[in-house]
Design a protein around this ligand. Structure first.
Ligand code: HEC
Ligand SMILES: [Cu+2]
Length: 327
């Protein structure tokens, strides 16, 4: 009997106490005591924005951000490090911990529309190496619009405009093959090439446009379009409007194109305007999104978005003029 009790105690030790102590040891290893606590206050830009908006961290340092949102609901993200806090409620404090394993400048941003100026709510975390305080600057491949020497501030009227909204589903019945480069050419240029191509001669303009819509949809892929839709809703709709009409509440007072071209309209771009959108290549749209609108009020997204995110959101913007009949 005594032996059995002894054996039972051993079994309990192995099954319960040992794993529990391992767990406790791990928790101790990652205990907050070794992290540097940095208090970060999230206020809408009109109330002071991020405070501080520049944070310097030593390479290898463990950091615990303690984020408070005094005014309204905010969110926090460092896209390049994959760190995010989806919601910081007024009066609450959210914490997020990470180790700075990489030297560089990592922009962070609020990802919740908190005010008309929300998109200005950005800051930067700089990770430096005390042993090597002036590392050589990294070199980047120039973006497509620079390689192509596109003037992204020029107007880009389409030479060819369809009379009805091109439909990818209608084209699926015809199954025409297009080999033009959809990233480098505008849809209007693709149309001109196809019209000049004898093998399309028998088809009316509307069929050629449907084929172009179908080609754009297939080149993007429905998953990219869905990802782009989520980004658009989060980051763009407040200015460009839910339906892309350029009528979002946060955009009404912005100078828009009138800043550079005095006769043009104010406010954000209207993505339903085929006369401009079909004249823009994806490369041109990417340039605008990457760099921003230089005085028009269009923010830059190059420091926050990955290249894939930019193409994703462009794929979604195309659905405003092209009917992909997505469900
Ligand atoms: C703060 C308001 C605002 C936000 C947010 C915003 N935009 Fe804009 N956007 C503008 C304004 C203003 C313009 C300049 C007007 C124009 O080009 O017709 C513009 C222009 C553009 C253009 C250029 C269109 C063209 O025909 O050359 C693109 C593309 C664009 N925005 C995409 C986006 C995307 C994608 C997002 C989200 C990631 C976004 N915008 C977020 C205000 C905004
Ligand atoms: Cu915000």
């Amino acid at each position: 009997m005594k032996r059995e009790l002894f054996a039972l105690i051993i079994v309990i030790l192995i099954l319960v106490v040992f794993p529990a102590s391992l767990f406790a040891y791990q928790a101790w290893l990652t205990s907050p005591s070794d992290a540097r606590v940095i208090a970060l206050v999230a206020n809408a830009p009109g109330n002071g924005g991020w405070q501080p908006d520049a944070i310097r961290v030593k390479l290898g340092e463990r950091v615990r951000l303690r984020i408070a949102a005094p005014d309204v609901v905010h969110a926090f993200e460092i896209p390049a490090l994959g760190i995010k806090v989806d919601e910081i409620l007024p009066g609450h404090v959210e914490e997020v911990e990470f180790t700075a394993t990489q030297v560089g400048r990592f922009p962070f941003a609020c990802t919740r529309w908190c005010s008309a100026d929300h998109w200005r709510m950005r800051g930067v975390i700089e990770v430096f190496d005390p042993a090597n305080p002036n590392p050589p600057l990294p070199t980047y491949a120039p973006p497509l619009f620079q390689q192509l020497k596109l003037d992204i501030d020029a107007m880009h009227p389409a030479q060819n405009i369809p009379t009805q909204r091109p439909s990818a589903a209608r084209e699926a019945l015809l199954n025409l093959t297009i080999s033009e480069d959809l990233r480098l050419n505008s849809p209007s240029e693709v149309f001109a090439r196809l019209r000049a191509n004898a093998s399309f001669g028998a088809y009316p303009d509307s069929d050629v446009w449907d084929a172009i819509a179908f080609a754009y949809r297939r080149a993007a892929g429905d998953e990219a379009i869905a990802r782009g839709q989520a980004l658009y809703a989060r980051d763009c709709a407040a200015c460009h409007g839910e339906q892309g009409k350029g009528n979002g509440p946060a955009g009404v007072k912005l100078p828009g194109l009138s800043f550079m071209h005095p006769t043009m309209k104010r406010g954000p771009a209207d993505f339903t305007d085929a006369s401009q959108m079909l004249g823009a290549s994806d490369a041109l749209l990417q340039g605008k999104i990457l760099r921003g609108g230089m005085g028009t009020g269009m923010p830059e997204w190059g420091s926050l978005y990955t290249e894939r995110e930019m193409w994703d959101v462009i794929s979604f913007i195309r659905t405003v003029v092209f009917d992909y009949e997505l469900r």
